[in-house]
Design a protein around this ligand. Structure first.
Ligand code: BTN
Length: 233
């Protein structure tokens, strides 16, 4: 059972969550320094959902992001009837625009490591003008406000269900579910990674959650981290 802690304002729920043991959840109404992947900023005005879960994963930690993405997808569909697609590794897209982002971070204190998975979902929050073409919110899709409390509750319920599959090592079930919801697999994409940029067809997801690309010269490339861009829309 997860135990939730609610705050009005924090710098980042992922940072706050470091103070709590595994099984804890930190939720905030607002973040003053919301973090995105690769040290980017996450716009975190009031009205959005900002939640972080503290975990102690055993293996394949890359799958934790997938679990959070599937849980967020289901919660959004159940509560708001908005059907989103998952962009590798961690975004929920609606009509090609980003509705939700996920940031997983590992924290080591002494022997034990823990992992914090943070979900940022644009619910009723206003987005800055600079993000309007790339991002969206449930309020702008539905033209009405949606209860972020209901979404948060459903998100945690779904997360617990899928996390229990993970605990039972049913990894392929999780990957299969992720692939079913995927916006990425089967597309021609450009992957920008620290090792360089690769163009090819995203043909599968590996057992650890990496993206498998078939490059134009026919060779295969495993993408562990990076940003991807669909080239065929
Ligand atoms: C991304 O797409 O780059 C990931 C964005 C993750 C944002 C969430 S909001 C809750 C949690 N706290 C943070 O500071 N970041 C994550």
């Amino acid at each position: 059972m997860l135990k939730a802690h609610h705050f009005r304002k924090v710098t980042s729920t992922n940072t706050k969550a470091r103070e709590y043991p595994p099984g804890s959840v930190v939720v905030a109404d607002e973040q003053t320094k919301g973090k995105g992947r690769f040290a980017r900023k996450w716009s975190s005005a009031k009205g959005g959902l900002y939640v972080s879960i503290v975990l102690e994963p055993s293996d394949r930690p890359g799958l934790i992001t997938f679990i959070a993405a599937i849980a967020a997808q289901r919660a959004v569909r159940k509560i708001s009837k908005v059907d989103t697609k998952l962009k590798w590794p961690n975004d929920l897209l609606y009509d090609g625009r980003k509705l939700c982002g996920i940031l997983s971070e590992s924290v080591f204190s002494g022997e034990k490591g823990k992992m914090i998975v943070g979900v940022g979902l644009n619910v009723n929050n206003k987005l800055p003008l600079s993000l309007k073409t790339k991002s969206t919110s449930l309020k702008s899709i539905l033209k009405k406000e949606i209860s972020k409390e209901k979404i948060a509750k459903s998100l945690l319920t779904e997360f617990e269900k899928i996390y229990s599959e993970y605990k039972h090592k049913r990894y392929s079930k999780i990957i299969k579910e992720w692939k079913k919801l995927s916006h990425t697999v089967g597309r021609k994409i450009k992957a920008v990674t620290q090792q360089g940029t690769f163009i090819g067809e995203a043909f599968d997801i590996d057992t650890d959650g990496s993206l498998l690309l078939k490059l134009e010269n026919g060779s295969k490339k495993k993408i562990i981290e990076g940003d991807i861009f669909a080239l065929d829309n």
